[in-house]
Each structure stands twice: as structure tokens, then as C-alpha cells.
Design a protein around this ligand. Structure first.
Ligand code: ADP
Ligand code: MG
Length: 563
């Protein structure tokens, strides 16, 4: 070994290693799933790069992952012949966390949250999970295309620093040796490994090989182990739906999303005809901490005829569905498709609108069949879905149907009312959907604007999220019913006021003409207009916004941004 160095982990890695070992301990066997997932990604990357540079295959042994163990030495070894890593890549990938915002996120975790494996899991802590069971981890790797002399040896106890050196590695790819902790020796066992692989990694498209059990006499044991493949080794999305179990769908989700949680739901479809592609789309259970970070990873894993092409292909779904994870495998794109081509190809546009429909249908189905789970979905991603009507004109109505709001009919401001529910509760003569926007539920629930509605028993939607006015500026109707902001201008309650009501209102208006004149001259330029209102029952006066004016939220946003 030459050029030996000892380097420190990035601070975030140190924090995460510490948290992870404690929070994921109860589910420690997942380390194997993570390492196999990485090996499979590495082989995908090699296949892709070899499309342009076949020499990277270096003669071309079968691509596979080999898993072996040594009970005496208490070690497990994973060996892949994928893309491998250079020295710089090893330092970057196995010493830092690339996800931006990680440091802030970790800093803000409370004591309880620190023990929450769901929160820790969202970092793609993948490789580092080896330290849950290993007291020392060694990595031997060489990047495809580099000479044998540029192999890399990385070793660490997971305590703050790692060693790195250069060594000869004739075979391309990565070998990881886990020196198991004393009380984790159960993993240095063929039967145990087989079970874990079957449970978590059966969906991996690459052969996962273990040494064949040798049943004969010890002295007949062959010098070189024979290998046998223990997984199905076919791409999961190419199988018919009836042949994939829910467990397999869930494990596949964890592999593509780098999430540790189960997904909420999924949709697997094969499309034939003018366009041919297969998609497998998942709705996650939780929002990632960086849902609103501009650089946060988003998009689908793109395959062309089962060859991996790229991660994070974000051309296939609109921004407001950026939380969807999954795979799309096309037969119409060429293998040398690039991001530039994706952005221009009209095939992508048709796929995008079809996939968008699929996602919206999947959400509709979830809302209908499992309202409890839909609540979870809404909590995690409702705010993002509200971006939809502005971005996706064609699907406005469909998206509107998926929205959920707080309303005067509900308790405590929970966003649980669908527009269809609201419409089904229309009062005799009602033909509009009434809403009020404001800063918080507590502020709007007692607003004088609601008095007349309370009196008449009419439900009003209460919109208090930052994005709500923006949303409503792009939604004018649902199911043919117009939206009306009850805080605006002269509220026309149309058919809801009886003839007597209207007559009485006219009389009151005449009576108060003098008062209106006096108020107008007293307030001068401060207001645009003074009017007699019929919408108050308890309060003497109210400030209303003009029909065409910006709403208060929008004004505040613009003022805050200095406009
Ligand atoms: P993630 O898989 O979410 O990127 P991991 O912690 O699992 O995060 O892995 C970190 C990175 O280390 C990977 O993105 C990859 O670049 C590199 N890596 C890990 N294992 C391998 C491997 N077997 N071959 C090549 N690169 C690897
Ligand atoms: Mg990983």
C-alpha cells in the first residue's frame, strides 16, 4: 500500500453514524439490503457507461454480486464487479453526505426525534449502516477504466476518521469486508444471509450469489467455491403485477427511493400501443426534509429497454408531483438519450401527461378507498399539491378534487373537507363555494366576515396556508360552481337572501346614507369606498378588500420581498 492517509469524516457523517447505530439497531439486518442496493446501482452505472465505452467491461465477466462469509474470522464480504470508485470518489462518497441541508436538519432534531429511525432513514445513510453490525469496515475498490495500480483501500471503525491508501486491485469493482462485532456473529452464517437476501433483495435485477453449501466430506470440498444465485435476478417492473407481492413492491421502493419507510401506495403499469413503456410509481409515506429545497433530488429512475440510463429524470412529472418516486422504462427512447434530448423530445411530453394522469388517478383511488391513509398523504404533501392548479392547467379540476380544506363545518382547523363534500352540503339556493383566507385558523374562525354565513348556516372554507391565495387565484370554479372570497367587496349572496331580506336591506341602506357620507369624508383617501353591509350580525363595521385587489397574504408576500 502507498499514499496512506488518515482523514476525518464530515461533521454530519459523525453525527449521523452516532444516531444511526442507536436508532436503527432494532432493524439491523437492513445493512445488507443497503450494501446490495449500492452494488446494484454500481452495476447499473457500469452498464450505462459501457454503452459509450465498451472497453470498461474489461473482457466481460457476468455482472453479479457475490456474498460470502468466514465464521472463524467473523467477517462478511460483498463483492461486486460494478463501476467501482477512484480515490477521490471514495473520499467523497464514503466520507461525506452530499445532501444539502443535512447539517441544519440534524441540528434541529429534538431528543425524541433523534431516536426516530424514520427521520434518520431519509438520508440515504445506506453505506454507513454497515457500522450497525461491524466494528470495522474495509473497502477495496477500483474504478472501471483505471489501471489495476489505482485500486483504493478504505478502512474505518466508524468513529470519526477513516484511512485511505492506494493498492493494486486487478478486478474492477468494489469489495466490502465487514469485521462483525462480537455479538453480531449470527450474520457470518450462510442460512442467515440467504434469508436476509431473500427477504429484502429478491427484487434486485442482478444475480446475488452465495457459495454453494458443501454437504459432502470436508476433504472433498473444492478449493474454489462454487457459486449459486439465490434471488430471482429479473427487473421487478418487467414482471406481471400478479407475480409481485406487496412485500416485494415495498422493498423495491426502498431500493429506488433510498427511503427506509414503506411507501403509502403505488401504481404499476405497462403501456402498449403508439408508445411503449412501463412505469412503477410510488407515493412516499413522509415528506423528505428537503421537499422545498431547490436542489433536492426529484424525478424518476429512467431505464431504456431495461438498461439503466439515469437517476432523477425530472422531465416525466410536473414539479407539483416532485415527491413521487419510481421507475420508468421506455422502449421508444434511444439508449444514448441525454438530458438535453429529454427536454426536447415530444415523446417525453406525451409520457409526461400520461404519467401525471396516472399519479392523479392513484391519489383519487387512495382518497376513495383509504381516507385514513389519504389524510397522511395530505399532511405530508398537500401543500405541494396546492401548487398544481397554477402549474397544470389541463388537470385543474382533477387536482381541485384532491384538495382538502379546513371549514366552518369542521373542528380545530383540520384540512379534511373535499370540495365535493362541500358541494354536497350546499344549502337550498346556494350555487357558490365560499371561502375566507387568513393567517391562522384561530384568526379566521372568529372573523366578522363569517357572521352572516353562520346565521344562514352556510359552510365557509377557511384557508390559512401561505400558498392559499396563490392557489385561489388559479382556481375559479369547481364542478361548475364559482369560488367566492367572502372578504371581498360587495358580497352578493344571490338566491340565499329572500325577497324580504332584500327589501329590508334596501331600506336600511337608504336610512344610513347620511352616516355613509360622514364616514367617507372622515376617512378620505384611507379607503376606496364606504358601503352599508348586510353581512354582519354582531360587529358594527368591517374592512373588506376590493373585488380586483390583491389579497392580504399576497400583499404581505410582495411587501416582504420588497415590492
Ligand atoms: P446512496 O446509495 O443513497 O447514494 P449510500 O450511503 O448508500 O448512499 O452510498 C453513498 C455513495 O457511495 C453512493 O452514492 C455511491 O456513489 C458510492 N458507493 C457505495 N457503494 C458502492 C459500490 N459498491 N460501488 C460503487 N460506488 C459505491
Ligand atoms: Mg445506497
Amino acid at each position: 500500500e502507498t499514499q496512506k492517509e488518515t482523514l476525518g469524516f464530515q461533521t454530519e457523517v459523525k453525527q449521523l453514524l452516532h444516531l444511526m447505530i442507536h436508532s436503527l439497531y432494532s432493524n439491523k439486518e437492513i445493512f445488507l439490503r443497503e450494501l446490495i442496493s449500492n452494488a446494484s446501482d454500481a452495476v447499473d452505472k457500469l452498464r450505462f457507461e459501457a454503452l459509450a465505452k465498451p472497453e470498461l467491461l474489461e473482457g466481460g465477466d457476468e455482472l453479479r454480486i457475490r456474498l460470502s462469509f468466514d465464521a472463524e474470522a467473523n467477517t462478511i464480504t460483498l463483492d461486486d464487479n460494478g463501476i467501482g470508485m477512484s480515490r477521490e470518489e471514495t473520499i467523497a462518497h464514503l466520507g461525506t453526505i452530499a445532501k444539502s441541508g443535512t447539517a441544519d436538519f440534524l441540528k434541529n432534531l429534538s431528543g425524541d426525534q433523534k431516536k426516530d429511525s424514520h427521520l434518520i432513514g431519509q438520508f440515504g445513510v445506506g453505506f454507513y449502516s454497515a457500522f450497525i453490525v461491524a466494528e470495522r469496515v474495509e473497502v477495496f475498490t477500483r474504478r472501471a477504466g483505471l489501471p489495476a495500480s489505482e485500486g483504493v483501500h478504505w478502512a474505518s471503525k466508524g468513529e470519526g476518521e477513516f484511512e485511505i491508501a492506494t493498492l493494486d486491485k486487478p478486478e474492477r469493482g468494489t469489495r466490502i469486508v465487514l469485521h462483525l462485532k462480537k455479538d453480531e456473529s449470527e450474520f457470518a452464517n450462510g442460512w442467515r444471509l440467504r434469508n436476509v437476501v431473500k427477504k429484502y433483495s429478491d427484487h434486485i435485477a442482478l444475480p446475488i450469489e452465495l457459495p454453494k453449501e458443501h454437504l459432502g466430506k470436508e476433504e472433498d470440498k473444492p478449493a474454489e467455491p462454487e457459486w449459486e444465485t439465490i434471488n430471482r435476478a429479473s427487473a421487478l417492473w418487467t414482471r406481471p403485477r400478479t407475480e409481485v407481492t406487496d412485500e416485494q413492491y415495498k422493498e423495491f421502493y426502498k431500493h429506488v427511493s433510498h427511503d427506509f419507510d414503506d411507501p403509502l401506495t403505488w401504481s404499476h403499469n405497462k403501456v402498449e400501443g403508439k408508445l411503449e413503456y412501463t412505469s412503477l410509481l410510488y407515493v412516499p409515506n413522509r415528506a423528505p426534509f428537503d421537499l422545498y429545497h431547490r436542489e433536492a433530488p426529484k424525478g424518476l429512475k429512467l431505464y431504456v429497454q431495461r438498461v439503466f440510463i439515469m437517476d432523477q429524470a425530472d422531465e416525466f412529472l410536473p414539479l407539483y408531483l416532485r415527491f413521487i418516486k419510481g421507475v420508468v422504462d421506455s422502449n421508444d427512447l434511444s439508449l444514448n438519450v441525454s438530458r438535453e434530448i429529454l427536454q426536447k423530445d415530444p415523446v417525453i411530453d406525451s409520457m409526461k401527461s400520461a404519467l401525471t394522469k396516472r399519479v392523479l388517478d392513484m391519489l383519487e383511488k387512495l382518497a376513495k378507498n383509504d381516507p385514513e391513509q389519504y389524510k397522511n398523504f395530505w399532511k405530508a404533501f398537500g401543500q405541494v399539491l396546492k401548487e398544481g392548479p397554477a402549474e397544470d392547467f389541463a388537470n385543474k379540476e382533477k387536482i381541485a378534487g384532491l384538495l382538502r380544506f379546513a371549514s366552518t363545518a369542521g373542528e380545530g382547523g383540520e384540512q379534511s373537507v373535499a370540495l365535493a363534500d362541500y358541494v354536497s352540503r350546499f344549502k337550498e339556493g346556494q350555487d357558490k363555494i365560499y371561502y375566507l383566507t387568513g393567517e391562522s385558523y384561530d384568526q379566521v374562525k372568529n372573523s366578522p366576515h363569517l357572521e352572516v354565513f353562520r346565521k344562514k348556516g352556510i359552510e365557509v372554507l377557511l384557508l390559512t396556508d401561505r400558498i392559499d391565495e396563490w392557489l385561489m387565484s388559479h382556481l375559479s370554479e369547481f364542478d361548475g360552481k364559482q369560488f367566492v372570497d367572502v372578504a371581498r367587496g360587495d358580497l352578493d349572496l344571490g338566491n340565499l337572501d329572500s325577497e324580504e331580506d332584500k327589501k329590508a336591506q334596501e331600506e336600511v341602506a337608504k336610512e344610513k346614507e347620511g352616516l355613509v357620507e360622514r364616514l367617507k369624508s372622515a376617512l378620505g383617501d384611507e379607503v376606496a369606498e364606504v358601503r352599508v353591509s348586510h353581512r354582519l350580525t354582531d360587529s358594527p363595521a368591517i374592512l373588506a378588500i376590493g373585488q380586483q385587489d390583491l389579497g392580504l397574504q399576497m400583499r404581505q408576500i410582495l411587501e416582504a420581498s420588497g415590492q
